[in-house]
Design a binder for this molecule. Structure first.
Ligand code: Z5A
Ligand code: MG
Length: 188
């Protein structure tokens, strides 16, 4: 019998919303509960394209805006064969940022997050300022109008543990419902 497919769980949000913290905790909890789960992140800075993006984000190089957008996209495409293979083998993927960040942060270039800012200064990387984050947040809200995607909004101002319990419960539901549905095309 073919193994049941895994779920694709994407964590999106502004800088310092807690995505990486929650991604790590979620994968640990899912594995401890007997699921096969792995963590991915975008940008994936270890590849050649990822290295280029990383130095762009660190403001060590300049790239033309359209080219940067396509490099972020290519950085996802290069992981797609692996992602499809894992999902079809029944591995649930928890993804720290995905294509929605690609749309939101590129849009933010063309167009006061109090809780996030209170966690310390925004970082030194490109886009890590209130105005960029605010515009990106507006774009995330627009993307969430697409009801074909199963969006869940989590209040990132709660405690790490409370958020974890909420995301974990939502993820268990998603893993069960993903098993009933064939693997479609990935949103890239
Ligand atoms: N980008 C793009 O332009 N196009 C694309 O296609 C993609 C991305 C994929 C780098 O992303 C930039 O790339 C990003 C978008 C752009 N620019 N911005 N912004 P990244 O994911 O590598 O880096 P990041 O967004 O800067 O993420 P981050 O700083 O790593 O934030 P986070 O993962 O959401 O937060 P965290 O590391 O889990 O937590 C931050 C701190 O807050 C840490 O000290 C935690 O202990 C603390 N924390 C976490 N949760 C809580 C709660 N609940 N309470 C209190 N404190 C907390
Ligand atoms: Mg992070």
């Amino acid at each position: 019998m073919a193994s049941r497919r895994g779920a694709l769980i994407v964590l999106e949000g502004v800088d310092r919303a807690g995505k990486s913290t929650q991604g790590r905790k979620l994968v640990s909890a899912l594995c401890a509960a007997g699921h096969r789960a792995e963590l991915l992140r975008f940008p994936e800075r270890s590849t050649e394209i990822g290295k280029l993006l990383s130095s762009y984000l660190e403001k060590k190089n300049e790239l033309e805006d359209h080219s940067v957008h396509l490099l972020f996209s290519a950085n996802r495409w290069e992981q797609v064969p692996l992602m499809k293979e894992k999902l079809s083998q029944g591995v649930t993927l928890v993804v720290d940022r995905y294509a929605f960040s690609g749309v939101a942060f590129t849009s933010a270039k063309e167009l006061q997050l109090v809780d996030a800012a209170a966690r310390g200064e925004f970082g030194q990387e490109r886009y890590e300022n209130g105005a960029s984050q605010e515009r990106a947040l507006q774009c995330f809200h627009q993307l969430m109008r697409d009801t074909t995607l199963n969006w869940k909004v989590v209040d990132a101002s709660k405690s790490i543990e409370d958020i974890h319990q909420e995301i974990r419960a939502l993820s268990e539901d998603v893993i069960l419902s993903a098993m009933q549905r064939p693997l479609g095309e990935l949103w890239k």
